[in-house]
Design a protein around this ligand. Structure first.
Ligand code: RRO
Length: 315
């Protein structure tokens, strides 16, 4: 392993020893899982999205690995925000920051939760989830630009920690521009691109059945399928947002090559979801090692040597 290569990065004003860490969702709902991430090579610890009250989530089966990726309709199962806020004190045992994901079921819930997080000084940053696709009857806030603005207007005045948002994937150039206009009006620390592609459908040919029970089989798609969409979103927001906003890449990362591509598009750090679910915490060390090898071969010693430096064919 080339030791002269560093994967260290900064998000929300804090140093991450490695730019590779877990996405909110898989294997980060319980204290014991968060400790396992703490003890691993993950560059940070990120919690499952928290609601105001504990939730059981949707009926099972609600997560299936399809080989090329995953489909899920978990429905926000979590222990409630206070549980994840209290974990912050335990996370100081690890030499990496602890981020908490928040996904209130309404604007009022988000304001309440974020206000209540004020005394928890060891929360390094809050990732406000504007993009859960799986709660029946609740649209994804990130697809409603005015509601996104109202949400940010309401949460910033009560927020004491650095705040970032997790966005849904966008697919149309004007939509990137419209969301960027909203986001540039707020002092965001980071933007995570992307959540799963919402409301996909995966079918088993033999049984002629859908794979998951909730919502007649519709669920969020992650993994290999979504890498080109994730890269496009990282690139667009890296280009459109103020330069002090860190972009966190998420989507389709299962190797050092994938991570390298995200960083080349402008990501300051890269989260692992589907592959973490598949491989467990070993993925953090493996992907980091692969990324270091690629960097060493290219003569790069830190992320800044290539971050955002994607070349196009038009000069
Ligand atoms: O819990 C979920 O169903 C879930 C959430 Br909160 C999310 O943000 N993204 C996703 O794919 N599933």
């Amino acid at each position: 392993m080339p030791s002269s290569v560093s994967l260290s990065t900064q998000v929300a004003g804090v140093v991450l020893p490695s730019c590779i860490y877990n996405a909110s969702g898989p294997l980060c709902s319980h204290e014991d899982e968060l400790h396992v991430i703490g003890q691993s090579a993950s560059g940070a610890i990120l919690s499952k999205s928290a609601t105001r009250e504990k939730r059981m989530g949707n009926e099972e089966p609600r997560y299936v690995d399809t080989g090329w990726g995953s489909i899920n309709s978990m429905g926000l199962p979590n222990e409630g925000y206070l549980y994840y806020a209290r974990f912050a004190q335990q996370a100081v045992a690890y030499d990496k920051p602890y981020f908490m994901s928040v996904s209130g079921l309404s604007l009022e819930d988000n304001v309440h939760i974020i206000r209540e997080l004020e005394p928890f000084e060891h929360i390094a940053g809050i990732e406000l989830n504007l993009s859960c696709p799986n709660v029946p009857g609740k649209p994804q806030t990130g697809y409603d630009f005015e509601q996104s603005r109202r949400t940010l207007e309401a949460v910033f005045p009560v927020c004491k920690q650095p705040l970032g948002v997790k966005l849904p994937p966008y697919f149309d150039i004007p939509h990137f521009q419209m969301m960027a206009e909203v986001l540039n009006d707020f002092p965001l620390a980071f933007v995570t691109c992307v959540n799963s592609i919402g409301n996909g459908l995966v079918i088993d040919l033999d049984s002629e059945q859908v794979l998951i029970r909730p919502k007649h089989g519709f669920g969020g798609i992650g993994g290999d399928y979504i890498k080109p969409t994730a890269l496009a979103n990282v690139r667009q927001f890296y280009t459109l947002l103020d330069k002090n906003v860190a972009i966190i890449g998420c989507g389709g990362v299962r190797s050092g090559e994938d991570a390298f591509e995200h960083i080349l598009c402008g990501a300051s750090a890269v989260q692992i979801g589907t592959q973490f679910m598949r491989e467990g915490t070993a993925c953090f060390e493996r992907i980091a090692g692969e990324l270091k090898n690629i960097m060493a071969k290219k003569g790069y010693s830190c992320l800044e040597d290539f971050k955002g430096r994607l070349k196009t064919l038009d000069g």
